[in-house]
Write a protein that binds this ligand. Structure first.
Ligand SMILES: Nc1ncnc2c1ncn2[C@@H]1O[C@H](COP(=O)(O)OP(=O)(O)OP(=O)(O)O)[C@@H](O)[C@H]1O
Ligand SMILES: [Mg+2]
Length: 510
């Protein structure tokens, strides 16, 4: 095997106006290794990878492939050098099949689809992908689209693969499958660079970890000899103790009653099956479940965004104790009661922020889109934007910076901050820390706690059972659309919740 690094960066610097995204970065990736890149939101990970894959060109510095200096000015140049990047936002044509997307843009041979399909199948067999080459993109789940993107770069002969937060959109099971595929590629001699904020994933998949801090490369360590604590310290620059300050609920009072709720999905299949629970003001109610078990539909039903077959949702006003039936209300009317839904979907840019607008305008957007100048009466949007930037440590030159210039995680902080700070009475937060670095995740948990202490009924849908157990007061477990248990978060265990998660579906439910 080749002993020279597969790729080496020397003194790479990239600035955007006054922002130094990468500063004098020296880094190498070996043949047959998986290198994880770790760093806080806005530390320059994506920018660095974009320079290797030809999206940006460095201001200074050199890139070597197998010891030879190369110039990469376009994604095409990158491919010519065997580099392929799988971006967080997929670039596939919805109406085309997997195979058509994979060969798209390769002009040379005379488009032999049958031959292409065979090569795709061979790649699937070799690395253990599960993919139907004839399936159209619009029929695919996110994980299948990701598979298409990966095969697309392999088909073009990539020897160096870069994956930018591939697991942010995957369930733990899908992540395990992806990791198996990546290991096979590594054993095949390929070089893999993976970005993820989840430390346990870094430890599970990588051979070495490179840490970026404020655009600089501070260290590369061997995964076998490091720990979560060391990685966090390298990333943040100081020792950090991360803990969630859970208080006992005070004056918890019923705020939302859900009774016998049934909802059907697009295909007429039951997605919520006789769901009943009460959410209390002054408490955090966690929702745990395997992804796609009805969490989304439940929150959307409460927010008025989902058709309800039968059942009731009753809101009790914290001011006068009056009950309101939410089924008769429009989403706008439900919002006006103070019921807020912050759902971080798989496609973060598609979730109600306009990239070309600055942070302040995006604050106002929320109010305008609902036809009423909510913030204009209360919080001037500029103050709100500045508040969010300060509280959530958003990395941006100013509140006047267009959102599309922010890093992925910082965009998300703006969005989640907007919902949390809008004086809710019921705050539903689904996956609010997807794509956030560990420090920022704890800032969000603490904000949720602060809302609880103000008497807000907080409903938190999370993926990490450790966090659910530490943050919540009670945890509702959902399995195949049914409530399989509601447990006390202070006394329950991961094992108990895990068991309840797989329970739904059959008739052994309640
Ligand atoms: N096109 C651009 N114009 C202006 N600034 C940019 C641009 N792209 C990135 N930046 C800035 O460069 C810095 C690094 O951003 P980058 O996207 O590389 O961070 P990251 O480490 O990938 O963060 P995250 O974990 O949130 O994805 C940030 O301050 C960001 O705002
Ligand atoms: Mg990024």
């Amino acid at each position: 095997m080749n002993t020279l690094p597969a790729i080496e960066l020397c003194g790479v610097t990239k600035t955007f106006g006054s922002v130094i995204a990468n500063k004098d970065v020296n880094l190498d990736v070996r043949h047959g290794e998986i290198l994880a890149i770790l760093g806080e939101n806005g530390s320059g990970k994506t920018t660095l990878m974009n320079m290797i894959s030809g999206i940006y060109y460095p201001d200074e510095g050199k890139i070597f492939i197998d010891g030879e200096e190369v110039v990469i000015k376009s994604p095409k140049d990158a491919f010519a050098h065997g580099i392929g990047m799988i971006h967080q936002h997929f670039k596939l044509v919805d109406l085309f099949t997997a195979t058509e997307n994979i060969i798209l843009g390769i002009k040379d041979e005379k488009y032999n689809l049958k031959q292409a399909a065979e090569s795709v199948k061979a790649l699937c067999d070799r690395y253990g992908f599960e993919l139907d080459p004839k399936k159209k993109i619009y029929e695919m789940a996110v994980s299948e689209k990701q598979t298409v993107e990966i095969i697309k770069v392999l088909y073009r002969g990539a020897e160096i693969l870069i994956l930018d937060e591939p697991t942010a959109v995957l369930t733990p099971q899908e992540t395990r499958k992806l990791f198996d595929v990546l290991r096979k590629m590594r054993d095949d001699g390929k070089s893999i660079i993976i970005i993820t904020h989840k430390l346990h994933e870094v430890l599970a998949i990588s051979d070495r970890v490179a840490i970026l801090r404020k655009g600089e490369h501070v260290a590369t360590v061997d995964t076998a000899t490091t720990s979560e604590a060391e990685l966090t310290e390298l990333m943040v620059g100081k020792k950090v103790s991360l803990n969630i300050d859970r208080t006992e609920p005070r004056d918890a009072t019923p705020r939302l009653f859900v009774e016998g709720l049934n909802c059907l999905g697009h295909d007429g299949v039951k997605v919520l099956d006789n769901v009943s629970f009460t959410a209390l003001g002054g408490e955090i109610l966690g929702i745990a479940g395997i992804a796609g078990s009805g969490q989304r539909e439940l929150l959307e039903a409460i927010a008025g965004l989902q058709h309800i077959e039968s059942g009731t949702i009753t809101y009790r006003s914290p001011e006068d104790g009056e009950d309101t039936d939410l089924r008769d209300k429009t989403p706008l009317e439900i919002r006006e009661l103070g019921v807020r839904l912050s759902f971080v979907p798989e496609d973060r840019l598609g979730m109600g922020l306009v990239g070309d607008m600055d942070i302040v305008d995006n604050m106002m957007l929320r109010s305008y889109s609902y036809g009423k100048s909510f913030f204009l009466d209360r919080d001037p949007p500029k103050h709100l934007a500045e508040d969010i930037i300060a509280h959530l440590e958003v990395v941006t030159p100013s509140a006047a910076t267009p959102v599309r210039r922010l890093s992925g995680g910082n965009v998300q902080k703006v969005l989640v901050g907007r919902e949390i700070s809008s004086a809710p009475t019921v705050l539903m937060a689904a996956y609010p820390v997807r794509g956030l670095d560990i420090n920022s995740s704890y800032l969000i948990y603490n904000l949720l706690n602060a809302q609880k202490e103000k008497g807000v009924a907080v409903i938190f849908v999370g993926e990490d059972l450790d966090v659910l157990l530490e943050l919540c007061d009670r945890i509702l477990v959902i399995g195949s659309g049914r409530v399989t248990g509601i447990v006390d978060a202070r006394t329950s265990t991961k094992e108990e919740i895990g068991l309840l998660m797989t329970k739904g579906g059959s008739d052994d439910g309640e």
